[in-house]
Write a protein that binds this ligand. Structure first.
Ligand code: KIV
Ligand code: NA
Length: 263
């Protein structure tokens, strides 16, 4: 019963159906998620989990385009969102030039931009030029260096009010949905009620209109540390290591390859 998502179906999901979003960075995994997730996000988190960098800031547009093409090729029926990397939307003109490059060089359905009221004019310029934009407010990883760390948002009344203003400004600018990351769940609930577009939460409780998780986090490929908001649906790292250990032991005792695996 899989149906390919589009902007109007995503907007209609509000108060109707919870949206399931997952990241993917390559064709192989994108194909596995294609008919299950409502949207696939090519997140700039790939700069950490794939490229091994300490944060997302050094991701480039070329890198994002490369991974988005892999995802779109592996999952042609998925609604794919390219996460605009740091520095590629610093003003209206640069943002539009880069967004047009994304639409001309990939089959991405939409782009994602971090920022609230401070980015509303940029989002408006994109949406009025026919670019589908997903917002991203709350804890914004591209602000990590300027903020001095990752901080859960919405702990004070002022911050709660700022976050609600951010959501409304991003909706008014024409975004079709907003990721709300790392926000106190009571505040995420108020944000969800304040706008008419779907709020996709991550570390924001179960009151939002949907959830997004980074595939390698939710499949347990990171053993070092599990953030509170992540649920491990698979012990990926453990299973992979066990399998590779088995392979090594089969190589060492010559039980691999067997007769039926020979030419
Ligand atoms: O880069 C990413 O994977 C993201 C999600 C966590 C929303 O922005
Ligand atoms: Na991101």
């Amino acid at each position: 019963d899989f149906e390919k998502m589009n902007i109007s179906k995503i907007k209609k999901a509000k108060n109707n159906k919870k949206l399931t979003v997952i990241t993917a960075y390559d064709a192989l995994f994108a194909k596995l998620f294609e008919e299950i997730a409502d949207m696939i996000l090519v997140g700039d988190s790939l700069n950490m989990s794939f490229a091994g960098r300490p944060d997302t800031l050094s991701a480039t547009l070329e890198q994002m385009i490369y991974h988005t093409n892999a995802v779109c090729t592996g999952a042609p029926r998925a609604f794919v969102i390219l996460d605009m990397p740091f520095g590629t939307y610093i003003n209206k003109d640069i943002a539009l030039t880069n967004a047009v490059k994304v639409y001309s060089q990939t089959n991405a359905a939409a782009i994602k931009i971090e920022g609230g009221e401070d980015k509303a004019d940029i989002i408006k310029h994109l949406t009025s030029n026919s670019i589908a934009v997903m917002g991203h407010i709350g804890l914004m990883p591209q602000y990590v260096r300027s903020e001095g760390g990752y901080k859960v948002r919405g702990k004070t009344k002022e911050d709660e009010e700022q976050l609600i203003r951010d959501a409304i400004a991003v909706e008014k600018a024409g975004a079709f949905a907003i990721v709300v990351e790392g926000v106190m769940s009571d505040v995420a609930k108020k944000i969800t009620e304040a706008v008419n577009i779907p709020i996709i939460g991550i570390g924001a409780g179960n009151v939002t209109d949907g959830q997004v998780l980074v595939w390698s986090d939710m499949l347990g490929f990171f053993e070092e540390f599990k953030p509170k908001f992540v649920r491990h649906y698979l012990n990926g790292a453990k299973l992979v290591k066990e399998a590779v250990n088995q392979y090594r032991s089969d190589v060492q005792d010559s039980s691999f390859p067997a007769k039926e695996e020979e030419y």
